[in-house]
Design a protein around this ligand. Structure first.
Ligand SMILES: [Fe+2]
Ligand SMILES: [Fe+2]
Length: 190
């Protein structure tokens, strides 16, 4: 089986629709924010598919969210160990994976890292960002509401690419409208 097919089906097997569809959204976002930027599409494809594998139960039985980027890097190193990609492409992939998370102190040498990070950040914003947090749970509206805000505030000042900033600006307006409405409609009882 070709390596890319294998990675696609393992992403579904390990991460289910939660991770697989997040990957598709991130790939779409990279296309948009990376327009007019010269980057290695191949490396970006691998980095995007593999970046959250370390959060999947297969590699994270204790369900710890923090540190998943390092686990993902290690898994990526293993799965790509005997594929035909050049060492320089692999370095780009590994750096992007290891540094994608907004909470870690990041080393960014490659534009592909920036693209993955900022596309990943955007998936925390807007209606999709809200939907993800309420789906993630726990079944406690107040906690989910606070998680939405923590994600929004965690990523918003870390965006650097002009197109990503523009999308973020629009998403945050919608997000804030929703949060305000939620507070009103719930009479503050979340
Ligand atoms: Fe992640
Ligand atoms: Fe992600």
């Amino acid at each position: 089986m070709e390596i890319k097919n294998k990675i696609e089906s393992l992403t579904i097997e390990y991460g289910g629709p939660w991770i697989f569809n997040h990957v598709q959204r991130v790939l779409n976002l990279i296309k948009i924010i990376g327009e007019n930027i010269n980057y290695d599409e191949e490396a970006t494809w691998y980095a995007t598919y593999l970046h959250d594998w370390g959060a999947c139960p297969q590699f994270n039985p204790e369900k710890v969210e923090l540190g998943h980027e390092l686990r993902s890097r290690r898994v990526a190193e293993t799965i790509l160990s005997d594929c035909e990609l050049s060492d320089s492409t692999k370095n780009i992939i590994f750096e992007a994976i290891e540094n994608h998370d907004y909470r870690t102190c990041n080393h960014i040498n490659y534009i592909e890292t920036t693209l993955l990070r900022e596309a990943d950040f955007l998936d925390f914003l807007g209606t999709i960002g809200i939907a993800r947090e309420f789906a993630r749970g726990p079944k406690d509206l107040k906690i989910c509401y606070e998680q939405v805000i923590a994600r929004r505030d965690g990523v918003i000042n870390k965006l650097t690419l002009p197109k990503a900033k523009k999308i973020a600006e629009i998403r945050v307006v919608k997000m804030n409208e929703f949060l305000e409405l939620l507070t009103k409609e719930s009479f503050g009882y979340l």
